[in-house]
Design a protein. Structure first.
Length: 59
């Protein structure tokens, strides 16, 4: 299993407050989406040249 990149308790709290439950695979899938987004941001920043800080424009 890959490393979880989200704060599980905070995600579950948010979902619960909306009246829902989290399925067994939800957190892992959400973390996977986060990983994909971060990796894409890194690649975008690399294309910008000498940039070393990711910003909202990289998402």
């Amino acid at each position: 299993m890959a490393e979880i990149l989200v704060v599980v308790s905070k995600v579950k709290k948010m979902v619960k407050e909306a009246g829902f439950r989290t399925g067994a695979d939800y957190i892992a899938s959400l973390s996977g989406k986060i990983e994909e987004t971060v990796k894409a941001s890194i690649e975008k920043a690399k294309l910008a040249g000498d940039k070393k800080t990711l910003g909202s424009e990289d998402i």
